[in-house]
Design a protein around this ligand. Structure first.
Ligand SMILES: [Zn+2]
Length: 113
């Protein structure tokens, strides 16, 4: 096991998931309220809505990533690279807790793009 306490990781991921969902809900609420207060300002309502949609997509991807990491943590495969099966470095996991690839595979993927 690369992680000493899986339960600790699960707790962390659940907290992150809760935070991401709360932020998303707050943002959507603010975006929905904005057009009314900004009426008569041309396209600002649309821009606010557009920004909210983009952020929502970003947050949903983040929530997906957290949920996937949570499933991996519960399955005992958290911290294992999906491409090469090697253990992902603790330093990398500290910076990117929901990453599914080791630094080597991530570099290869971004270099091939
Ligand atoms: Zn790898």
């Amino acid at each position: 096991m690369p992680i000493r306490s899986t339960q600790k990781v699960v707790d962390l991921l659940k907290r992150e998931l809760g935070t991401a969902r709360a932020e998303l809900a707050d943002y959507i609420e603010a975006a929905e309220a904005a057009p009314e207060s900004e009426q008569g300002e041309g396209s600002s309502g649309y821009e606010t809505w557009f920004a909210a949609v983009n952020l929502q997509r970003h947050m949903e991807r983040q929530v997906d990533a957290v949920e996937a990491a949570l499933r991996r943590a519960e399955a005992g495969s958290y911290g294992i690279c999906e491409t090469c099966g090697e253990t992902i470095g603790a330093d990398r996991l500290h910076v990117l807790p929901f990453t599914t690839h080791c630094i080597g595979c991530a570099n290869q993927a971004s270099a091939g793009r």
